[in-house]
Design a protein around this ligand. Sequence first.
Ligand code: PLP
Length: 543
Amino acid sequence: MNAPPKTPNASGWKPGTPVEGHNAMSGPDTATGNRALMLEEPLLFEIGHVEQTGVDLPEPPKDSGRGANRLGGFDRAEAIGLPGLSEPETVRHYTRLSRQNYAIDLGLFPLGSCTMKHNPRLNEKVARMPGFADVHPLQPVDTVRGALEVINELAFWLIELTGMYGVAMSPKAGAHGELCGILCIRAALEARGDAREVILVPESAHGTNPATAAFAGYRVEDIPATAEGRVDLEALKARLGPDVAGVMITNPNTCGLFERDMKAISDAVHAAGGFVYCDGANFNAIVGKVRPGDLGVDAMHINLHKTFSTPHGGGGPGSGPVVLSEALAPFGPLPFTARTKDGIVHLVEEENAAEFDHTQAFGRMTAFHGQMGMFTRALTYILSHGADGLKQVAEDAVLNANYILRSLEDVLDAPFGPSGPCMHEALFSDKGFAEGLSTLDLAKGLIDEGYHPMTMYFPLVVHGAMLVEPTETESKAALDQFIGALRSVAERAVNGDETLKTAPHYAPRRRLDETLAARKPVLAWQEPNPPSGSPSLSEQGGR
Ligand SMILES: *Cc1c(COP(=O)(O)O)cnc(C)c1O
């Protein structure tokens, strides 16, 4: 393996030292606050005016002839004080803000556990075809046969790829899928009159796992890990008993390791009368290689927005179908699709569930059928890759992560490096950083180098954790550039470079009090000093 370049740029510029003229963010203040073509952007409330508007609508007629106007008495009593903007002002506002954001379409996004991979443009082209994009969930079933065909076809491939028995397509993200899977487990236990209280979850699990189990009414107990970062099978076996409803295991786990004992774990849990939930967020690393059904899994969510490339982030739509074993499938939620012998795909709802022999559904997860746009994108991704392509997705994702792990473990501590190759993500710790410098400082330094930080302080089992997931969609050149940047920031952290403490130096905003922002968010705009004389937004009813 060739050593990656030690410095990412050839200009001789030393990271952390602003050089005049080298970077648009360094140098003297500007009169406008703008930095070259990066423009400062105030809030909408600071740009807009109540008297201004981007639209030109006629006043609604005051009287419809029945003594009331057409709004039925619901017309506005006073101005609500929203800022009005012209169309170009509005477009510029959001475009300027978007330039301050980071996206997978701008560069490598190393968030571990989140699988930020490129969303192929073919996915978008297909998802935007009017027959898929313009359907409405309340349309008569006969008018949406094509959409049902897509849902059913994707369901088929998810079952095929995971070696499972059935699938609930409607959950809207991974965490929602977890809840769906655990509710299936609860329904199956209740159906056999077996009330159990405990779900076992490894300490390294994603926070959604214990949250889901608790939300579904279970008590959560930790499963200890071995020194090499995997589930401790003997400790797990010792804890199993008639009170344990099931386990939630992430495989590959959040330390980036494959749980080699998965089949033995499932066998032990089943022998004790429990069920096995697998957190499938990391399916990306094993798709086309391993079928969770063969490992004894009873339920697993698949984050379409991770493994199958559909976009995510910013609260945008995810999609978390849950594949189910034969034991759990009868309890899966409505609605779902089913093809009858005549080749027609039906939508199975409360009113026709008995016809399809599905009378034990625990209920439903959503009002409608799930995230149609994500289904179309995921199916496009699956079909365009084919069986060989999906296998290569897993192989390349794992190869890329191992390249990062081995290229950086001389400068960054890799706690499970000695455990062998990692799966699709590389885990590092802050061990070896100079006194006073932390994972947070390194992450902020990485922003100055043009990269979104990796996942920080997760999993919790590793001190100052840094979880890096390059995904299969990055080239070796892109990986080398990232490795060079991370190496230089890591060296600064190890050597005690104090300038890291105030990084990022070049971002439009520097260090924010993120804890305060999360605990005491200011969600309503407050006018600082209303200009005297003119009607202020607050006088117009604004907040
Ligand atoms: C992302 C993730 C989840 C939650 O999935 P969402 O789609 O974000 O709800 C759960 N577990 C793991 C390991 C994850 O990485």
